[in-house]
Design a protein around this ligand. Structure first.
Ligand SMILES: Nc1nc2c(c(=O)[nH]1)N[C@H]1C(S)=C(S)[C@@H](COP(=O)(O)OP(=O)(O)OC[C@H]3O[C@@H](n4cnc5c(N)ncnc54)[C@H](O)[C@@H]3O)O[C@H]1N2
Ligand code: MOO
Ligand SMILES: [Mg+2]
Length: 436
């Protein structure tokens, strides 16, 4: 008798997994390798930026009070007593009607309080000495980048778990992080199951297909911030498969299998979980694709039994595995961010389960437009290549029409949202499901 499985809601599945989420350690990586990692501790400014008052222009540092009488008919002349390039400091006093030639980025001399741009100074030489005339007043503080105006000492610039993008790399460099504290990446084991699978370099033969899931999932793990460890393709022989899963589990933080979770004769994962003594959190979700996604837990390690069907495998990973990886990395907003968009094409196929349709995002008349890519079966691979969103269509008895507001999940986003945020955008969509 085929086992009857009871589907649970997507959010319930997410909650059950989150109850077993865990965090990594802090480790250090060289600054130049830090891009794409996640901060292992808050990044706090330990000094003001800039660290000194500096000039934002090439010009002359002056005392503003010497310009009070300057106007078009009454130029005030200044004697240029020195020059400072960026990186140098001028330590001598600057007196009345004296100025120092200063370059962009250079420190303002102690006695000066304004900078005149080169373009406004009429330069000349008298008795072999450099001078310039100025025909307008300067205000105290004019053209000065003040100490701390960029950021003040003590400011929290980025919190633990922040994705290190090139801008964060600039901040890390500014604050002297030759080595950067980052969250250790979780080791994610990947096993592909199925006797029909060929290695990618093998020629096609009847009844066989190339194993695409293993490589797709490795890339997804990297995009999520984890470290994939690929254990290869396992056969559909139960005993072999059991020991391979058991051994792999010992070497990783989480384990992903693809295939073998449904009710077929060679779908061994359910029996493997049982023999391992793993606690199966669920084995059916009210969603398409990916309804067979099964998640189990053993000694605090999560086993993701993703579907063998490529699109179901892809969606199952992004909805359930990705947040677990991000949690491990101390990311507060570990779920993919959502937006509201206008459906770009009809999607007429009704389904009682929530659908996650591969799509792409565009922009029309100031609104985001979400267009389904094409064939939306769970066994297709072709619609994955151009997907940058999953269009979330709540289950129900009718299809969806072009022009309706829908919720979309952003696949390439780094900012994320919390589980509450993820749920909240669902509710909003349900409430506002209408034509615009
Ligand atoms: N009687 C029923 N049959 C099926 C049900 C069901 O409820 N009752 N569910 C269907 C759904 S929905 C899905 S999804 C699939 C899930 O299948 P499995 O997770 O057990 O995966 P497999 O049987 O191993 O393979 C399914 C499909 O995917 C291909 N595949 C497998 N691995 C890979 C890989 N690494 N790369 C590319 N393609 C892969 C495999 O050849 C099969 O075509 O079950 C339905 N059946
Ligand atoms: O899990 Mo299957 O992919 O629902 O279609
Ligand atoms: Mg199967």
């Amino acid at each position: 008798m085929v086992e009857k499985r009871k589907p649970i809601k997507v959010v319930e599945a997410m909650k059950r997994i989150m109850a077993f989420s865990k965090h990594g350690r802090i480790e250090y990586v060289p600054l130049e390798d830090s891009y794409g990692h996640f901060l292992g501790q808050d990044l706090i400014a330990d000094h003001d930026v800039p660290f000194f008052d500096r000039s934002p222009y090439d010009g002359f540092a002056i005392r503003a009070e010497d310009t009070v009488n300057a106007n078009r008919n009454n130029p005030v002349s200044f004697e240029v007593i020195g020059e400072i390039g960026a990186g140098s400091v001028f330590n001598e006093p600057v007196g009345k009607n004296q100025a120092v030639r200063i370059m962009t980025g250079a420190q303002i001399p102690e006695s000066c309080n304004a900078v005149v741009m080169l373009e406004l100074a009429n330069e000349y030489t008298k008795d072999g000495k450099p001078y310039f005339d100025l025909k307008r007043k300067s205000k105290v503080g004019e053209n000065i980048s003040f100490t701390g105006e960029d950021t003040k000492k003590g400011t929290v610039l980025a919190t633990k778990g922040t994705y290190i993008n090139p801008g964060i790399v600039a901040l890390l460099a500014t604050f002297g992080y030759k080595n950067v504290p980052v969250s250790s990446k979780p080791k994610i084991g990947i096993i592909a199951t199925g006797s029909e699978l060929l290695e990618v370099d093998q020629p096609l033969e009847p009844g066989k297909i190339r194993n695409s899931n293993a490589y797709m999932v490795q890339a997804q793990v990297k995009r999520a911030g984890g470290e994939p460890i690929y254990f290869g393709q396992f056969s559909d022989d139960f005993e072999t498969c059991f020991y391979q899963v058991k051994e792999a589990l010992e070497k990783v933080d989480f384990l992903i299998t693809t295939g073998g979770v449904s009710v077929g004769d060679y779908d061994y994962l359910p029996d493997i979980y049982e023999k391992l003594g793993a606690n199966v959190l669920f084995n059916k979700i009210a969603m398409r694709p990916g309804s067979v996604t099964t998640v189990a837990e053993l000694d605090g390690k999560i086993l993701f039994g993703l579907s063998g069907n490529p699109s179901a495998c892809y969606v199952g990973f992004e909805l359930f595995t990705r947040p677990t990886i991000r949690e491990y990395l101390f990311v507060e907003k570990s779920f993919l961010k959502k937006e509201i968009a206008i459906l770009g094409k009809d999607f007429t196929k009704a389904n009682p389960f929530d659908r996650f349709v591969r799509g792409y995002l565009g922009y029309e008349n100031g609104r985001l437009v979400a267009s389904p890519i094409g064939l939306d079966k769970s066994n297709v691979v072709s619609s994955l290549g151009h997907a940058d969103i999953l269009i979330q269509l709540p289950g129900g008895t009718r299809g969806y029409e072009k022009g309706m507001e829908v919720s979309v999940i952003l696949l390439e986003d780094q900012e994320g949202t919390t589980l509450d945020g993820f749920v909240e955008s669902d509710i909003n969509t349900r409430r506002s499901m209408r034509h615009v």
